[in-house]
Write a protein that binds this ligand. Structure first.
Ligand code: HEC
Length: 422
């Protein structure tokens, strides 16, 4: 008997509506089971909701984007729970039950039919409850990690201990030296990513749930870009990756310091012979190659100096030490006395911190995650002194578009003549 009660309580706990899952439905149309959408009143041919998720029309902030004569309603909870009148429709406040009915069957609380431009969604009760749980937070909940006197920033540290220590050191010193921002201090939280790339997304997910950072900066996504990005996007946490090979073109919350170097090489030279294997295969690859071979810096090893004479090795990198402005380098040295191989890593980490602080400054005291994203997207040729000028936009979430091409000098074991291409 007691067992049965416990089992029942557990089942109820598992089924508690989850706003985070609701957010995934809102953003991507993906629930616990496939969701279908009836569009334009044509019930004979439902389409996957992933093609037409709520965010497409109602926007990230829920306030609705007017487009082509269609005016999607404001879905902020404060708006939904007020009596409403516009044009043909007037109705009382929504409840959870009438809200479910609105997006599944297309009626408002007064029983008026919603315009066919608003799709009707076929989803499980569970998914509908999760979605309502998310809609309750729209425009009401203040964003996590934000208090009157502090703003919490998470940092995802590389599993490489040396790199992790270098980033932690420079970030702690930077936060300690930073003047208050509208009365707030930066409060840092660190996560050391597990060595196994397949385990990283889950680690990030529990870190975000546990620490509730307002945003992430100076973070490493390397080697698990897609899965970490997905977790970050679903959680709605603005994230600045200092280390990521790429960021997907439809990311909303995720930003990368540097663009995809391999893509920049291909734009520059459509027939480029570009090495994209594992780092320890490079030596073998170069032995068999001929002509010009491009090697992304992340995959380069000593093997570039031992290539046969018939091979011209060109290393492609997003940043070059020539980008370091003397005053930025001095600041970096003052923040962290260590030097050598960690400098480049620290420069990238600090560059993202500067982007974050600049955007926070521009937003002002009443910052939200959405306004922060908006400000980052409006940075144009922003100078950190630690990287090439950075520009972002709503569809441009990597700060740079190009790559430096460096020519290998075998005799001197050096890289020479940096040339910037886009
Ligand atoms: C293709 C665009 C589009 C998509 C996608 C969309 N909506 Fe809408 N939605 C609309 C429009 C347009 C209206 C206004 C309809 C009207 O005024 O009759 C609306 C109205 C609503 C309303 C009614 C509010 C009121 O004014 O009474 C709710 C609730 C709603 N949408 C929720 C959702 C949810 C939840 C999703 C995702 C599961 C979603 N919508 C996806 C376009 C869209």
């Amino acid at each position: 008997m007691i067992r049965a009660v416990v089992a029942f309580a557990l089942a109820a706990a598992v089924a508690a509506p989850d706003p985070q899952r609701g957010h995934a439905i809102y953003l991507r149309g993906s629930g616990s089971a496939p969701i279908k959408a009836i569009v334009g009143g044509d019930a004979s041919a439902p389409i996957p909701a992933t093609v037409t998720p709520c965010v497409n029309c109602h926007g990230f902030d829920g306030r609705g984007k007017k487009e082509g004569g269609i005016a999607p309603s404001n879905l902020e909870w404060t708006a939904l729970t007020k009596p409403y009148a516009s044009g043909a429709r007037s109705h009382g406040p929504y409840t959870a039950a009438t809200l479910r009915r609105a997006f599944t069957m297309g009626f408002d609380p007064a029983g008026n039919t919603l315009d066919p431009a608003m799709p009707r969604y076929q989803m499980s009760m569970r998914d509908a409850d999760d979605l309502v749980a998310y809609l309750r937070t729209l425009g009401t909940a203040s964003d996590p990690g934000l208090a009157a006197k502090s703003i919490r920033i998470g940092v995802l540290l590389s599993p490489d201990r040396e790199k992790a220590a270098a980033v932690r050191e420079v970030m702690e010193a930077y936060a300690a030296a930073l003047p208050e921002l509208y009365g707030r201090r930066l409060e840092l939280r660190f996560l050391e990513l597990p060595a196994d790339p397949a385990a990283r997304a889950a680690a990030v997910q529990s870190f975000l749930a546990r620490e509730q950072p307002f945003a992430l900066a100076a973070s490493s996504f390397l080697g698990a870009e897609e899965t970490i990005e997905q977790v970050v996007e679903d959680s709605g946490t603005p994230a600045l990756a200092a280390f990521a090979a790429s960021v997907s073109p439809d990311a909303h919350y995720t930003f990368a310091l540097f663009g995809d170097v391999a893509e920049a090489v291909r734009r520059h030279d459509a027939h480029a012979n570009l090495f994209d294997g594992a780092r320890d295969q490079l030596a073998m690859y170069l032995q068999k190659a001929s002509g010009r071979v491009y090697v992304p810096a992340a995959l380069a090893s000593e093997a570039i100096f031992e290539a046969p004479p018939s091979v011209e090795v060109v290393v492609a990198t997003a940043a070059s030490s020539d980008d370091l402005a003397p005053e930025a380098l001095a600041e970096l040295k003052a923040l962290s006395p260590r030097g050598g191989a960690s400098r480049g890593t620290q420069a990238a980490a600090l560059a993202t911190a500067k982007v974050l602080i600049e955007a926070l400054r521009r937003v002002g005291r009443d910052v939200t995650r959405e306004s922060l994203v908006g400000e980052i997207e409006s940075l144009y040729r922003f100078r950190t002194g630690l990287a090439p000028p950075l520009s972002f936009g709503p569809t441009q979430h990597a700060g740079t578009r190009g790559a430096f091409l460096l020519h290998v000098d075998r005799a001197a074991k050096a890289l020479r003549q940096p040339e910037w291409v886009e």
